[in-house]
Write a protein that binds this ligand. Structure first.
Ligand SMILES: NC(=O)C1=CN([C@@H]2O[C@H](COP(=O)(O)OP(=O)(O)OC[C@H]3O[C@@H](n4cnc5c(N)ncnc54)[C@H](OP(=O)(O)O)[C@@H]3O)[C@@H](O)[C@H]2O)C=CC1
Ligand SMILES: N[C@@H](CC(=O)OP(=O)(O)O)C(=O)O
Length: 368
């Protein structure tokens, strides 16, 4: 779809004052398809201008046209939200029912929260992996008698980091059998103000509530397929059984950028060489890139050859934080192959994924 023929779609942001909400503002203030029209947050912020309500933490200033917008409650009956075609949600998981209320008001909702990821009619989409799962929203709409509204989720940020290289490997070398992953997760993953400085400075915290279970479960939904008839998901589609995923999650004193150390075994029992694996990762082409979705990165996987890369501080900003970085590809003595991957947890790990998912929905005619 060319920007000259495209009618701008009015969009709202739920949780606009938060860590993910701020990235949405930054990404959408110059977007070729979407125009910011409504901002929502809690009753603590409602009624104030965006600049007054928000502890802005990004290095670029609050876009001028947004600073003076008045934040409202997250309620679909607010007039400005009713005028939107799409809402992007950076809402806390504790208020998941708000997203459902917007969907039932016939709005298209792109959510970052965990609440609906396991729903059998809600797509869980990493845009550079499984955007075609969007087809299931037609069954979701039918189940709720909605003509326009539906809800799409993106994945947990660490899960997003690992599934991009895993998809590339699976397409080239066949179904995966076992994945072992150890994460080193940035502080911004816990939102603002997040983990207290006294807990995280000079320290590593070897526990992030619920994170390991999310990685272990979500990986199978994302790498699975959709059922015949597009009315659900098949967690086992890629192989004879689900992938055995075992995760250890750690919080580390990094501001942005989650790192994951991953070991993989394939079902076939045949070990690909390190050079074959590198070639496959480098050559991986995602559909959203081929379709020209405006926020999709030129390379979905950036392969690093230097021994000490990827590093969050040095690598996370490439392609506006929309790529997964992979390095240290080597043979694994226990499983088949191992590598290190890293992504910007607030961009590809959250806001950017929602935006690319919405771009794909526009290009594929799922948003009028
Ligand atoms: N940070 C990250 O890296 C990632 C986050 N996520 C998910 O994204 C979502 C947002 O996370 P994050 O931005 O980090 O969280 P923050 O805590 O930084 O922001 C939460 C937002 O939700 C709003 N909010 C809180 N309570 C209510 C309420 N009762 N009614 C309406 N709005 C409310 C807050 O508004 P107010 O300012 O008024 O309190 C704020 O805008 C979460 O579900 C999180 O799990 C997913 C992947 C990565
Ligand atoms: N739990 C993640 C961030 C997050 O909010 O994940 P989820 O969207 O799965 O709740 C972290 O702390 O880094």
């Amino acid at each position: 779809m060319s920007s000259s023929t495209q009618k701008e779609i009015k969009v709202g942001i739920l949780g606009a004052t938060g860590t993910v909400g701020q990235r949405f503002i930054q990404l959408l203030s110059t977007h070729p398809y979407f125009r910011l029209h409504a901002l929502g947050a809690s009753s603590r912020s409602a009624g104030q201008t965006y600049a007054a309500a928000t502890k802005w933490k990004l290095a670029t200033p609050i876009p001028e046209e947004v600073a003076g917008m008045v934040v409202s409650e997250c309620d679909p009956s607010v007039e400005a939200f009713g005028e939107c075609g799409v809402v992007f949600s950076g809402l806390d998981e504790k208020v998941g029912e708000i997203e459902d209320a917007f969907r039932r008001a016939n709005l298209v909702v792109f959510s970052n929260a965990k609440n609906y990821r396991r729903d059998s009619l809600v797509p869980l989409i990493v845009p550079t992996v499984n955007p075609s799962h969007l087809s299931v929203v037609r069954a979701q709409q039918a189940s709720l008698s909605l003509s326009k509204g539906y809800l799409v989720t993106n994945a947990n940020c660490s899960t997003t980091c690992i599934v991009v290289p895993l998809r590339a490997l699976e397409l080239a070398f066949g179904p995966l059998k076992t994945v072992m992953v150890t994460t080193l997760q940035a502080i911004s993953g816990a939102g603002y103000p997040g983990v207290s400085s006294l807990d995280i400075l000079d320290n590593v915290v070897p526990y992030i509530g619920g994170e390991e279970e999310k990685i272990e479960w979500e990986t199978n939904k994302i790498l699975g397929g959709v059922t015949d008839g597009d009315d659900g998901f098949d967690l086992h589609a890629a192989g004879p059984g689900p992938i055995n995923v075992s995760a250890h999650c750690n919080r580390v004193p990094v501001i942005d950028g989650h790192t994951a150390c991953v070991s993989v075994a394939f079902q076939s029992g045949t070990k690909p060489s390190v050079e074959e694996v590198k070639k496959v990762l480098k050559g991986y082409k995602a559909e959203v890139v081929e379709l020209g979705c405006p926020s999709a990165p030129k390379e979905s996987i950036v392969l690093h050859e230097a021994q000490d890369r990827p590093q969050p501080r040095l690598d996370k900003d490439l392609y506006a934080g929309a790529a997964v970085h992979v390095g240290r590809v080597r043979e694994c003595n226990v499983l088949d192959i191992k590598f290190v991957c890293m992504l910007d947890n607030v961009r590809l790990g959250a806001a950017t994924s929602s935006v690319i998912n919405a771009e794909y929905a526009v290009v594929k005619g799922f948003i009028q």
